[in-house]
Design a protein around this ligand. Structure first.
Ligand code: VAH
Length: 313
């Protein structure tokens, strides 16, 4: 049985269904701080959980006798930069509680890191798996701390912790909230709805991105990987593409020819994006557990526009 926190978030709202399809509906316990009418709540076990309440998290994990914890609940980069102390509390107290549950109940453990775990002094192009990590955002500090804490729980207590440094994730089910890479989701929604988009990230700002189906497969592939093959654990660089707003717009115009892109740069989210890599190197993930992606920019654009037209029009 798998306990998932942050089940109503951008990753959770799709991962829950994928896990339930893969492992059986009753074997995936979805939790979040609020309850909604979403399928996630109705298609299997759901519990209200504030991840800063470690006692309640333990009670839920114990009562369902889970053998795996997937901790997704967190505030993303832009929200965290606006409320740094609140972000530290949610992101770090939540993570520590989840790691403690995994230690006490001897479960497997997954939590995402991010390209946000790198900073301005990190090599920006094809950022290596092992390199300088001095992020200048509260979110990045939370992610680096999370990587170190998860590795510590593995080395010190033998917890089977594993993680992925996700790039910006692009999805059409539940848009992200409070991220810096959210422009790459909004641009598709607005292209379908309005045929135009005003980007808050400047032209020429390259960041790694990945289509959500590839992200979900990467989580499952990593969690099922042979532990003896893992030289790294927290956390693997993974990516599918490195794009800027212009590249996405060019791909969109193959399906929406008159799509118009203009810019109104948000200095705060631009400065976060500027502190992150332009592209990262995922060779360790490929070598150690066979990481691969099915969607490049073209394939993702074709699929997401089709799905958004069905959803929005
Ligand atoms: C964010 N979508 O923008 C998240 C992610 C790499 C970006 O961490 O904060």
């Amino acid at each position: 049985k798998i306990l998932v926190t942050g089940a109503l978030g951008q990753i959770g709202s799709e991962l829950i269904q994928k896990l339930r399809d893969t492992y059986g509906e009753d074997n995936v316990v979805a939790t979040d701080i609020r309850e909604t009418e979403a399928d996630v709540v109705k298609s299997g076990p759901f519990e209200l959980l504030d991840v800063t309440d470690g006692k309640r998290m333990y009670e839920i994990a114990k009562s369902y006798q889970v053998d795996s914890v997937i901790h997704l609940a967190a505030l993303l980069s832009a929200t965290a930069e606006a409320k740094p102390l609140f972000a530290w509390k949610i992101n770090m107290d939540g993570l520590l509680n989840a790691l403690e549950v995994a230690r006490e109940l001897k479960t497997q453990f997954f939590t995402p890191s991010s390209i946000g775990a790198f900073g301005p002094t990190t090599p920006k192009d094809l950022t290596p798996q092992n390199t300088i990590q001095r992020p200048t955002t509260m979110y990045g500090i939370n992610k680096v701390t999370g990587e170190l804490l998860s590795d510590y729980y593995h080395q010190k207590f033998g917890v089977d912790t594993r993680g992925l440094r996700f790039p910006g994730l692009i999805s059409y089910v539940t848009p992200p909230g409070g991220g810096t890479t959210d422009y790459a989701v909004e641009i598709y929604y607005d292209a379908v709805k309005k045929g135009e988009y005003t980007s808050y990230i400047a032209k020429g700002t390259f960041m790694d991105m990945m289509y959500m189906p590839d992200a979900l497969n990467a989580i499952i592939d990593l969690m099922e990987a042979d532990a003896s093959k893992l030289k790294h654990r927290n956390s693997f660089n993974v990516t599918a593409m490195s794009v800027d707003p212009e590249a996405i717009a060019k791909a969109i115009r193959k399906y929406i020819p008159h799509f118009k892109l203009d810019y109104q740069v948000d200095p705060i989210r631009q400065s976060i994006a500027d502190s992150w890599p332009n592209s990262i190197d995922a060779s360790s993930a490929k070598e150690e557990w066979g990481f691969k992606v099915a969607y490049d920019l073209e394939k993702m654009t074709e699929d997401i526009i089709k799905k958004l037209k069905d959803k929005l029009l």
